[in-house]
Write a protein that binds this ligand. Structure first.
Ligand code: ADP
Length: 706
């Protein structure tokens, strides 16, 4: 039998052949892993998309809320500013500013009037002397009664109109204490005939005269008198507010005093007093914003109009506005290009922001909300990073770059845009669950890949084992045929020679007979071995353990194999001399152990060169588990390389190639030996190196002697 070779001349390897089955085994795992990775990625994208959608919707709602709250006047009311009316329901709305940046509402004060001294040269001599006396009376230098006469005389001379008005006023003032009814008439004359004129001080006469009328009204008035007072006082107060002037605050405070004096409380006038205070506030804010904007505009190079939104610092005034950054923003544009503005002090802005922040509670904690108004961005409360200024207003912050969602609201083109942005402030928390999924899925894939690989490798090695066994079986068949053919041929030849009488000498005939017997014995042993292996393989082999004399067994076996040794000119000896078993005895299947010894000694004689020595020994030794019976068979043969120390005990395994092997045998002897030793719960090992002979050691457990 030639060595098994492929057509290419190389020994076959299981690798390439196993490529396709291996691939089929690994493919599902690879497909699963790819699909898994893809779906995890989709998962992540979906998560991000959902977050973006939700963030966008939230930002939109929050922007709407922000704008709605911003555009409602602080005290509530409608979101569109009322037109200022001149009726008693007048309440100053927010600031109205022209396209050029001038204050349209509340109206500004006219500049402080310049005093215009009456030109006395317009009077004749008599008029001048009466005028002088009238002035003296007003200064308190002469009695009021004189003043009345002088005044009437002066008016009778038909002086110029300005002098007439002044004379009536002076008369009124002079008589106010002594004769209020008369004084009131004088003031009413001024109201009726000289309402358009301005007095010496440059102030309009009308409010002064009206105030005079009010002050000279009877103190304990009949009911209709009180009604007349209230009507007049309301008119005067509303005029003071709607047409503001230097006198307005003074008139209002005088009216407050009068109403309190007459009616017990200043209800009507206090409404206007409040309106005045509000209007004054607006005017102060206007001045602050104008100053702040002119600074900004100067650096921008633009000077026209106001911006839609601006943060400014309010100049500290009498009313001491809250410090910090104020906000002014356009609320509505009118056809004439003027704009209504509202403003928020830091406390109001802070309250608004807190209201927005309380709406963030429904959001996941890893989202941060940012509010941008007029170029300033404020952090929401989500991240717990709501900084505050010294005055409690939320501080400005920088807007992160990666935003999940953002909504910008501009109620009308050109009006203040408010922007609400939602950002991921804690990506680790956001992706935590996704990462966990990736981890578990990865672990699953890794585990299944591991199992699949394990499967591939075990299948591959099983395949290799199978192939090797097949190879060895083939070798076995060829060895057996070979081993049978030679002795049978020789025996047949010898027997034919004897039958034909070709061997006449009796000594020669005996030698022939011996040879035939020996060959037949060997054949029988070989067949016995083969049958033995078959029985073992099929599990039919039975052992009968009984106490045995191991020394006698060894001596017997050596005697049995002496002719074979002699044939090879080898010395077969037992050394050292067989020992006494002592307190121990061997319990074994003697026939089986004989087969062990026969196989080992036969191998030693067979593989060793001629004229060699084979030593058999027997001893009782101490082992880890107790006493043991140790057989050794040592030869000075070619030795066995370390790599084959295990494999020689496999069935059908023979070292070297079938072609080059010189020794007889079929490769089953040692496998039978191992089976028998295993059945005795013993161990067998070989101690050998190439070129240094071999020593086979068998150890069987020994039992204490009965
Ligand atoms: P066989 O002797 O019939 O070939 P065995 O199972 O008895 O089969 O032995 C297996 C192989 O172990 C042999 O082919 C041989 O190569 C090797 N072997 C066994 N005993 C010895 C020995 N004493 N010296 C060298 N090689 C040995």
């Amino acid at each position: 039998m030639t060595e098994w070779r492929t057509k290419m001349g190389r020994k076959p390897r299981s690798g390439p052949e196993f490529f396709w089955p291996g691939l089929l085994l690994l493919l599902p795992v690879a497909v699963l892993a790819t699909l898994g990775a893809f779906s995890l990625r989709q998962d992540r994208l979906m998560l991000e998309n959902e977050a973006r959608e939700r963030a966008g919707a939230f930002a939109q709602a929050q922007a709407r809320r922000l704008w709605d709250r911003l555009s409602v006047p602080p005290g509530g009311g409608s979101s569109s500013p009322p037109e200022p009316t001149e009726g008693s329901a007048f309440r100053p709305p927010e600031l109205r500013v022209s396209a050029a940046g001038e204050l349209l509402f509340p109206p500004a004060w006219p500049p402080v009037p310049e005093p215009r001294v009456l030109d006395v040269t317009q009077l004749n001599a008599a008029q001048a002397s009466l005028w002088a006396r009238l002035e003296a009376a007003q200064a308190g230098l002469t009695a009021a009664t004189h003043a009345e006469g002088d005044g009437r005389a002066f008016l009778a001379t038909q002086p110029p109109v300005a002098f007439q008005a002044a004379a009536h006023l002076r008369l009124g003032r002079a008589l106010a204490k002594t004769n209020p009814a008369l004084a009131a008439r004088e003031f009413q004359t001024v109201v009726a005939h000289f309402s358009e004129l301005t007095g010496e001080t440059g102030l309009p006469l009308l409010p002064l005269a009206q105030l005079g009328v009010i002050e000279t009204m009877p103190s304990v008035a009949p009911t209709n008198g009180a009604i007349a007072f209230l009507a007049l006082a309301t008119q005067l107060a509303s005029n003071a507010v709607v047409q503001p002037a230097v006198l307005s605050p003074w008139i209002l405070s005088r009216l407050m005093e009068e109403e309190t004096r007459r009616c017990g409380k200043a209800e009507r006038v206090s409404f206007w007093q409040t309106a005045w205070a509000q209007a004054e506030n607006h005017r102060r804010v206007f001045r602050s914003v104008s100053r702040a904007w002119s600074g900004v505009a100067a650096t921008n190079g633009s000077h026209h109009g106001w911006p839609p939104v601006l943060w400014f610092r309010h100049a500290p005034g009498a009313a001491s506005p809250p410090p910090g950054q104020w906000l002014v923003l356009a609320r509505r544009r009118l056809e004439d290009q003027s704009t209504w503005y509202i403003y928020r002090d830091p406390a109001q802005w802070g309250a608004l922001l807190r209201e927005l922040i309380s709406a963030e509670k429904a959001l996941p904690h890893y989202w941060g909300v940012f509010y941008t108004v007029g170029g300033r961005t404020f952090t929401g409360g989500q991240s717990g990073r709501l900084n505050r200024d010294g005055d409690g207003a939320p501080a400005a912050a920088a807007l992160p770059r990666d935003l999940l969602g953002t909504a910008s609201l501009e109620a009308e083109p050109g009006l203040a845009p408010v922007v609400v942005s939602v950002a991921l402030i804690d990506p680790a928390a956001f992706y935590a669950r996704q990462r966990q999924r990736v981890f578990w899925f990865g672990a699953l894939i890794a585990a299944s890949a591991g199992v699949a690989l394990l499967g591939v490798f075990t299948t591959r090695s099983a395949l290799r084992r199978q192939r090797r066994l097949y190879q060895m079986q083939t070798d076995f068949v060829s060895s057996v045929t070979h081993e049978l053919r030679a002795p049978i041929g020789a025996v047949r030849l010898l027997a034919e020679n004897l039958k034909d009488g070709k061997v006449p000498a009796p000594a020669e005939q005996r030698r022939f007979h011996d040879y035939i017997v020996q060959e037949c014995g060997r054949l029988a042993a070989m067949i016995e071995n083969a049958l033995n292996l078959a029985r073992i393989e099929q599990g039919r082999e039975e052992y009968r353990f009984e106490p045995a004399d191991a020394a006698a067994l060894v001596a017997d076996t050596v005697r049995l194999l002496a002719p074979a040794a002699r044939e090879k000119n080898a010395t077969l000896r037992v050394a050292p001399p067989l020992v006494e078993a002592g307190d121990f005895t061997a319990v074994l299947d003697a026939a089986a152990i004989r087969r062990v010894l026969v196989n080992l000694i036969d191998n030693a004689i067979k593989h060793a060169p001629a004229d060699t020595e084979v030593t058999v020994s027997l001893a009782f030794v101490d082992r880890a588990g107790g006493r043991a019976l140790r057989f050794t068979v040592a030869d000075r043969g070619p030795g066995i390389p370390k790599a084959d120390h295990e494999r020689i005990f496999e069935r059908f395994y023979r070292r070297g190639s079938e072609l080059r092997r010189e020794t007889q045998g079929v490769g089953i002897g040692l496998s039978i030996v191992k089976h028998i030793v295993d059945a005795h719960q013993g161990v067998i090992r070989v101690e050998s190196e190439l070129g240094k002979g071999s020593r086979f050691v068998v150890e069987l457990p020994a039992s204490p002697a009965p």
